[in-house]
Ligand binder design. Structure first.
Ligand SMILES: *Cc1c(COP(=O)(O)O)cnc(C)c1O
Length: 216
């Protein structure tokens, strides 16, 4: 069996064996920096959710794969510039990194042009870190209202990359924010902390190195 498949299967088993109070999160295999030859065994194994963080790399790698298989779901998880939105809408199924109003307006406009509507997460700067993107919790309700009421975006949940010192506190806060907004999905948890994320109701964990190995 290919290494990436056995890695995926053991993560799936670990998630299943954890606390049963919450649902099992779906695993997004974060394939950024890895070429398609490395990803292909997971596709052949039947895995469907994949994450990328660079638009051009994703177009090059995934365009023909997605043309052949409508099963594959692609998640944009990286910082998104407004001038790249026109390439994201046709290729991707989810955006996890909506973090400002200009971007929201651009996504809304492009979606109406192409009549394709993606599932979108609002990225939250849950640790109020200056080097990280995301809407601050205090501005979240207002930003959410604009996205939904004015721009008609399909906001399905919140996403975060928490500070590494105390992830459970931040995951807990994210779960509360998600509940306040009555959102169903929650995108949090990476290779180092997916079990903690599950504990606080994550519905999508984004896992790269623990599946594919360290990135160079
Ligand atoms: C790279 C990346 C991941 C995956 O990180 P690993 O630690 O390799 O699992 C998850 N989320 C985002 C936003 C990323 O950029």
């Amino acid at each position: 069996m290919h290494k990436s498949i056995s890695n995926l299967v053991s993560i799936q088993n670990e998630l299943k064996s954890g606390s049963q109070q919450s649902l099992n999160p779906k695993i997004i295999a974060v394939s950024k920096t890895f070429p398609l030859e490395i990803i292909q065994p997971l596709i052949d194994h039947g895995h469907t959710h994949f994450g990328e963080n660079k638009v051009q790399e994703a177009v090059d790698k995934w365009k023909s794969v997605k043309d052949k298989s409508s099963q594959i779901k692609l998640h944009m998880i990286g910082k998104l510039q407004t001038n790249k939105v026109k390439y994201v809408i046709p290729l991707f199924d989810y955006i996890h990194s909506l973090d400002n109003l200009k971007l929201a307006e651009k996504i809304s406009k492009e979606q109406h042009k192409t009549n394709k509507f993606l599932k979108i997460f609002i990225q939250v700067n849950i640790g109020l870190e200056s080097q990280k993107s995301g809407i601050e919790p205090n501005n979240l309700q207002d930003f959410y209202n604009k996205c939904v009421n004015d721009l008609k975006l399909n906001i399905i949940g919140l996403m975060c990359i928490p500070p590494q010192n105390d992830v459970e506190t931040y995951f807990n806060e994210m779960q509360k924010l998600n509940n306040l907004l009555n959102l169903k999905e929650l995108s949090m948890g990476m290779s180092a902390d997916y079990m903690q994320a599950k504990k606080y109701g994550s519905s999508f964990v984004r896992i790269g190195s623990k599946i594919f190995g360290e990135r160079s």
